[in-house]
Design a protein around this ligand. Structure first.
Ligand code: PLP
Length: 407
């Protein structure tokens, strides 16, 4: 073909499927995130671990990939998350559906850095993903893998963005999608989800109530439940954010500031850094993982502050940052472990501060952030004041969605 290099995949998405790999893709086994018990038969659908009823983590034969799957291998591959296919669970090329998700820009933010009194600051702009949020990463993986395992219908609760992403990938894959979302979710997201072919159920309550409803319906109709961290593959899609950071920056940043709801992204990235060390891409250095939540729903912050290993559910969760309105996370132990093992921290900011920070990010960088993205910049002054961040450190803020999704 006469078309050059990395642009090929973007112009002809079919190219992603036929990209030659250095080793066959697919997991070697699944492992309980709580007790480490191994489950060998990964070619059947799995949900929570049978031993502890906790998230299952996908494992790969990384020693076999070491030295063969390197950042150099990636040059010329299409700019989407399938460029990391060797460390992703989907085995067959024909199931690697894509709408162009991932490989989002790492935007330098010198003027925002100056306003926030930091030296080196980047924004990973996840708002550029299909359907406007990083939920695309988790859902492309879960849906593609579900199709590979022969699943024909999936269901999930959502605060909004996950449902839209699931709808998009269900449509791309030809799989039926059922979504339950709180009825106060912005109308634009509900319309988008329906336009993408999903069945939408409006729930009078929060994402946890939507989850309970979906759990019952899924059991009754035989739909596969894609609730975050209740199946092993959404996290695999989200972990690619860390691979991208290392590929784009050429090193591990010192600090990652991440707006945390269910924690899939935080847990996924933490897992990816370990994988990259095993692959020989990086050494033992790790970013400090800083989790930001809303003052109206901050179960991880409370658990971190009190030294608890698990989080207790947050009563009367209220925040306009829908993605952060998660009163109870199944991955709480993994989130808290990532924060603590990394030497990180957890802080809460008010919705007003998030909104102010959306404007600040916008005017200083040209990135129109979601309110959750705003939360990360809003946290910086607090972190500096409390000595949880040093002005000289290299910091990456995650803008997890586009400001446009909530219009
Ligand atoms: C879902 C969501 C979050 C929270 O992500 P987790 O990985 O589940 O913690 C943050 N921001 C936006 C825009 C979201 O849609």
């Amino acid at each position: 073909m006469m078309v050059a290099g990395a642009a090929v995949g973007a112009i002809f998405p079919g190219m992603t499927k036929h990209m030659p790999l250095v080793a066959p893709a697919g997991v070697s086994h699944l492992e309980c995130g709580m007790c480490g018990a191994a489950y060998g038969d990964a070619e059947q659908p799995w949900r929570l671990s049978p031993c502890c009823d906790r998230p299952l983590l996908a494992r790969y034969d990384l020693p076999a990939l070491r030295g063969r799957f390197t950042p150099t291998t990636l040059s010329g591959r299409p700019p989407d998350l399938w460029r990391y296919a060797e460390v992703l669970p989907v085995r067959a090329a024909e199931h690697r559906i894509t709408l162009g998700e991932g490989f989002t820009p790492l935007v330098p933010a010198p003027r925002l850095a100056e306003e926030l009194e930091l030296d080196r600051l980047w924004i990973k702009d996840e708002g550029q993903n299909p359907t406007g949020s990083f939920k695309a990463r988790g859902l492309v993986m879960a849906v593609a893998r579900a199709r590979e395992l022969g699943i024909e219908a999936v269901a999930l609760p959502s605060a909004g963005n996950a449902g839209a992403a699931a709808a998009a990938y269900g449509a791309a894959a030809g799989i039926a999608v059922h979504v339950a979302i709180p009825k106060d979710t912005p109308a634009s997201i509900i319309e988008e989800t329906r336009a993408l072919g999903a069945e939408v159920r409006l729930v009078d309550g929060l994402i946890t109530d939507a989850g309970a409803l979906i759990g019952r319906d899924a059991a009754e109709h035989g739909w596969f439940d894609l609730s975050t961290l209740k199946e092993p593959y959404r996290i695999e899609g989200k972990k690619t954010m860390a691979y991208e950071l290392v590929e784009q920056l050429g090193r591990v940043p010192e600090v990652i500031v991440y707006p945390t709801g269910g924690g899939t992204g935080l847990v996924g990235m933490w897992k990816a850094f370990d994988e990259m060390e095993e692959l020989g891409w990086i050494g033992g250095e790790r970013p400090r993982m800083i989790s930001v939540q809303a003052t109206g729903c901050a179960p991880m912050v409370r658990a971190w502050e009190t030294g608890a290993e698990m989080a207790t559910p947050w009563e009367d969760a209220a925040t306009a940052a829908w993605g952060l309105r998660v009163p109870r996370a199944v991955g709480d132990i993994l989130i808290l472990d990532a924060i603590r093992s990394s030497g990180g921290s957890a802080v809460a900011v008010s919705d007003d501060k998030m909104r102010e920070a959306v404007s600040r990010i916008g005017r200083c960088t040209g990135v129109y952030a979601s309110i959750e993205g705003g939360a990360t910049a809003a946290a910086v002054p607090l972190l500096l004041e409390r000595g949880l961040l040093d002005a000289g450190e290299e910091v990456v803020l995650f803008n997890t969605g586009s400001g446009l999704t909530y219009d």
